[in-house]
Ligand binder design. Structure first.
Ligand code: NAD
Length: 476
């Protein structure tokens, strides 16, 4: 673990195995943090917050430290990318070009923003001066998943630290390694000891202890809805801490009858479910397609999906690595059976490279799926596309919205007015029109409905890590 400026063992001395999905072998033994360790980290974070060693620095000083951190991340690109690829099976090309680069840029972006955001003066008249200032919340617990460890971690840490909070990060047990290096680089960049701590460990142990800790002011969580709701429970049982949730989706890619560029749509649909082996919260896992264009679209989707090179994530030619672990692979394969039982036509989805000991599976399409079925409603989190057909815009829109989730959606149409109208009516935190998964740190990310509450990224995330303070000066 990384607590109070240095690496530590768990108080119990216990560890757990971290296996690489590349071949199933043990990659590392990681400290198995428990409630004692979480408490130690929270106390270090609280001490750092209370004495102001970070939050009381001039904004421009905090900015310089965070910029240096982003630079150090870039200087360690290959090391971080290798850790990420070994730990979670991301193709190494993507780890370098996307994951490390985005994490560094996210930290840079918030560093640059932090000395350019102003507070407010209320219209109180001449007898008083009333200021409204944003104050850091205190100790933030960040609980993150394994699908984009560096990226999602940076979405939480960058705005939390930019606004002067202290942080205790609990990485997913499948992906502790890049977080541990990230923390060391933060201290090297000048983030004072105790401001950023990483407690590795299992969800029900370290994660639950962080959620229940009475001196944590806020939890920023990304992961499954089930565990997200547990954090609401932990907050209720303990100190009523704020809980921000990003809890996945079943995002529709809605292709309307007037979509003219079906080649582009097919490309986006296939990438939207195959990228990161479908282990993406906003994966376009539901293709909702008008019967009028279905026959022309589907062969192209299948062709793009089949063009993914599934294999060793360390091979630069690989475009789809393994599933993160055995449990997740079993889950994906089980959903193929569920789809079959529900009457879907299953195309692809074979296990491949079994001799390696790794968790490889080909992209799969579940065709002719009813939108009520489990495979159209539940998050599979693998390269599995469920295809639902409709007749006419109204039915398509109804089916697209017929989900408990509301994270993301896309609509394909050649009519800009239709695109506008449908985008307004799709109940999702992000809607793409004639594209999919376009993203940048300036755009808020998060969901409606069961996909959670609160937003990562953009200047709006600064509000997630601050509270408003009203200060009333009597001038009479
Ligand atoms: P998860 O929700 O169990 O794990 C997310 C984080 O919560 C991890 O850090 C984990 O250690 C922690 N956690 C787990 N159980 C906990 C508990 N009882 N108390 C406190 N913390 C706990 O996700 P998972 O099990 O790794 O994946 C299961 C499913 O969740 C996936 O199949 C997928 O559908 C979904 N998922 C969503 C996202 C996303 O980005 N929204 C990411 C990963 C997984």
């Amino acid at each position: 673990m990384f607590v109070d400026g240095g690496y530590r063992d768990a108080t119990s001395g216990e560890t757990f195995e971290s296996r690489t999905p590349r071949d199933g072998s043990v990659l590392a033994r990681v400290a198995r943090g428990g409630a004692d360790d979480v408490d130690r980290a929270v106390r270090a974070a609280r001490a750092a917050f209370d004495d102001g060693r970070w939050r009381s620095l001039a904004p421009r000083a905090r900015k310089q430290v965070l910029l240096r951190w982003a630079e150090l991340i870039r200087e360690h690109t290959e090391e971080l990318a290798l850790l990420e690829t070994l730990d979670v099976g991301k193709p190494v090309n993507e780890s370098v070009r996307v994951d490390v680069a985005s994490a560094a840029y996210c930290i840079q972006w918030y560093a640059e923003a932090l000395d350019k955001t102003y507070d407010e003066v209320a219209p109180s008249g001449e007898g008083s001066l009333v200021t409204i200032t944003r104050e850091p919340l205190g100790v933030v617990g960040a609980v993150v998943p394994w699908n984009y460890p560096l990226i999602i971690t940076s979405w939480k840490l960058a705005p939390a630290l930019a606004t002067g909070n202290s942080v205790v990060l609990k990485p997913a047990e499948q992906s502790s390694l890049s977080a541990l290096l990230l923390a060391r680089l933060a201290v090297e960049a000048g983030i004072p000891d105790g401001v950023l701590n990483v407690v590795t460990g299992l969800g029900p142990e370290a994660g639950a202890a962080l959620g229940r800790h009475p001196d944590v002011d806020k939890i920023a969580f990304t992961g499954s809805g089930e565990v997200g709701r547990m954090f609401l429970g932990y907050a209720a049982e303990s100190n009523g801490k704020q809980v921000q949730l990003e809890a996945g989706g079943k995002s529709p890619q809605l292709v309307l009858a007037d979509a003219s560029n079906l080649t582009a749509a097919a490309e986006a649909v296939a990438w939207g479910i195959c990228y990161n082996a479908g282990q993406t919260c906003n994966a376009g896992s539901r293709l909702v397609v008008d019967r009028a264009v279905r026959e022309e679209l589907m062969p192209q989707v299948l062709e793009v999906a089949r063009s993914f090179v599934v294999g060793d994530p360390l091979d630069p030619a690989t475009t789809m690595g393994p599933i993160v672990d055995q449990r997740q692979l079993d889950r994906v394969l089980a959903y193929l059976d569920i789809g079959r039982d529900e009457g879907a036509e299953v195309i692809g989805g074979a296990r491949v490279a079994t001799g390696t000991g790794g968790y490889y599976v080909e992209p799969a399409v579940l065709d002719k799926v009813s939108n009520d079925s489990r495979v159209a409603q539940e998050e599979i989190f693998g390269p599995v596309l469920s295809v639902v057909e409709f007749d006419g815009l109204e039915e398509g829109l109804r089916l697209a919205n017929q989900t408990s989730y509301g994270l993301a959606a896309s609509v394909w149409t050649s009519d800009l007015a239709t695109g506008h109208r449908v985008a307004r009516q799709l109940r999702a935190g992000t809607v793409w029109v004639n594209t999919f998964d376009a993203t940048d740190v300036f755009a808020p990310f998060g969901g409606f409905k069961a996909s959670g509450a609160g937003r990562d990224k953009s200047l709006h995330a600064l509000d997630e890590y601050t509270g408003l303070k009203t200060t009333w000066f009597d001038l009479s």
